[in-house]
Design a protein around this ligand. Structure first.
Ligand SMILES: Cc1cc2nc3c(=O)[nH]c(=O)nc-3n(C[C@H](O)[C@H](O)[C@H](O)COP(=O)(O)OP(=O)(O)OC[C@H]3O[C@@H](n4cnc5c(N)ncnc54)[C@H](O)[C@@H]3O)c2cc1C
Length: 500
């Protein structure tokens, strides 16, 4: 069958993952295939969370040709310059911003130059060199200017949006481009007798939908990839034991902050995601250390405004599907695995899964090497994010039973190497296919009070007085640039206020 093109793609599930896949495939491969069908059940519904994103979403939306202002208005979105972490370091809050700490100084990384001045007694915070951190703290936002040499062009941003509205917006986009939506509950998956490939899905009432390539976006259940194909699940709960979340929106009070907040609690952490019309909140917790009633009460006691409903419980297990692509089925979104939303990475993993599928797009021969490569890349992506999240817990100086567990647990070898290298030299060993670059890792290390034993000796070659002057100059420029931006609220009101 090699050489024969895919005729029909069947996407199972209409959450963010399903409609993102439908929109992207409609935009990129629609002309190459006869039909794209999406099957979803409004009876079952979607997970209904997933509101904070990474800057990569802009590239995804851009690849579809979406107009950013229209997207923001349609999804009640606000802008996100990073994440504020409260209570993770008991001594002070810290920020993971979407910018670096400035350009190298005579070949020396800015964090190494800062470490050298710190060793010389300079107590200026490294945050003073991060435009996204300062702008976020001042509640300011404007998109970067198209000049990477200017500090006003040196940062990135993401969005905080209403996940249901995003799926609806992409649905309209995909349907306009010929994607056919089928409403119905899938009750069976038929496999071909000769090779175990998926032949069709059977809906309640007996109707069936057949296809060549199936995309499983059915959520945690993994209807095709797990229930039908038994791809297997690699359980990571020994490293990430949080297994539940309560989610509840609340009325917005005050200005929407251009950042997400993560506040550590006794048995996990709480997210706060401001949108234009409300604030999303949730408590991610470990059920071995707190009862569900107590977790719900903690969440409700820590809202900015009145709760807009009762907290909704979501159960999960951290880990990933052993094979995200098996036979003629590719799993995306929650069907492919789950990592708690501490760094807002799930939608990013959907984007990268879709991008890789398009790059490695099969024909009906389903060359096994394509699946092998896809699975290798997705495994690397999942592992790099897993380790980044573990670092937050492992390095937190917080007290309490769960936090002591994290501090004392054996961590993955790759992360252990990363941490030891950083402690020894301030060097960040980046992961292959990792979502986070050096400044992100440094933000977490420094934010949690992990500093290397020595800085880069090349930093000592620079004259100390000249280095001090240069760092002072940079801090002045970054502060002035952050102060020159409009407030986040003013920017939204002027350019992209949602009508509803
Ligand atoms: C507590 C929590 C917080 C999160 N926060 C973030 C965040 O801040 N940022 C981020 O990037 N991600 C976050 N995520 C992840 C994010 O919500 C998901 O990655 C994203 O919404 C994609 O979900 P999905 O489409 O895979 O699944 P779902 O939304 O669950 O959709 C599954 C779809 O499959 C359909 N379906 C299932 N079974 C059947 C059947 N038998 N027949 C027909 N249809 C069926 C359903 O009807 C639905 O349409 C969070 C997740 C959780 C659990």
């Amino acid at each position: 069958m090699a050489g024969s093109v895919i005729r029909r793609i069947v996407i199972v599930g209409g959450g963010s993952a399903g409609w993102m896949a439908a929109a992207a495939l409609a935009a990129v491969v629609r002309r190459r295939v006869e039909e794209i069908v999406l099957v979803e059940s409004s009876q079952i519904g979607t997970i209904g969370v997933g509101e904070a994103t990474l800057p990569t979403l802009r590239a995804f939306n851009g690849s579809l040709g979406l107009d950013e202002i229209e997207f923001i208005r349609n999804t009640q979105a606000t802008f996100k310059l990073g994440i504020e972490f409260v209570g993770w370091n008991p001594e002070r809050a810290f920020f993971h911003g979407f910018s670096d700490f400035g350009p190298d100084l005579r070949g020396v990384s800015p964090h190494q130059a800062w470490l050298r001045m710190r060793a010389a007694g300079d107590d200026r915070s490294y945050c003073g060199y991060s435009i996204s951190t300062l702008a976020a703290q001042l509640g300011r936002f404007a998109p970067p200017i198209p000049n990477r040499d200017s500090v006003l062009g040196s940062y990135s941003y993401a969005f905080q949006f209403d996940a249901a509205s995003y799926a609806a917006y992409l649905r309209a986009f995909a349907e306009q481009r010929g994607v056919r939506r089928v409403e119905g509950r899938i009750v069976d998956v038929r496999l071909r007798a000769e090779d175990g490939f998926i032949e069709s899905v059977v809906l309640e009432g007996g109707r069936s939908v057949s296809g060549d390539l199936f995309i499983d976006c059915s959520g945690f259940v993994g209807l095709l990839i797990e229930r039908a194909l038994q791809a297997g699940f690699e359980d990571w709960s020994k490293w990430l034991p949080c297994d539940r979340a309560f989610a509840v929106p609340c009325a917005r009070t005050g200005e929407p902050t251009p950042f997400t907040r993560s506040t550590a609690h006794q048995a996990g952490w709480q997210w706060r995601i401001p949108l234009q019309h409300r604030t999303g909140n949730g408590y991610v917790f470990c059920s071995s250390y707190i009862s569900e009633d107590e977790a719900a009460a903690t969440l409700l006691a820590n809202l900015d405004g009145a709760a807009l409903g009762a907290p909704r419980l979501i159960k999960f297990t951290a880990g990933r599907r052993r094979e995200c692509w098996k036979r003629n089925c590719v799993a995306l979104g929650l069907a492919s695995g789950f990592l708690e939303p501490l760094e807002s990475t799930s939608i990013h993993l959907v984007e990268s899964g879709i991008g890789r599928l398009i790059e490695l797009f099969p024909d009906r021969g389903f060359e096994p090497k394509l699946a092998e490569e896809y699975n290798r890349l997705m495994a690397r992506s999942y592992e790099s994010i897993r380790d980044f999240i573990i670092l937050h817990y492992w390095a937190s100086g917080r007290d309490g039973e769960l936090w002591r567990y994290y501090r004392n647990m054996p961590i993955p070898d790759g992360l252990r190497h990363q941490i030891e290298l950083f402690k020894a030299s301030g060097t960040v060993a980046l992961y292959d296919s990792g979502a986070f670059a050096e400044p992100s890792w440094i933000s977490i290390y420094f934010g949690l009070g992990i500093f290397p034993r020595r800085h880069d000796p090349m930093a000592d070659v620079i004259d100390e007085a000249a280095l001090r002057r240069e760092l002072e100059r940079r801090a002045r420029i970054v502060t002035g640039a952050a102060q020159s931006l409009p407030t986040h609220r003013a920017f939204i009101d002027k350019y992209c206020r949602a009508s509803g």
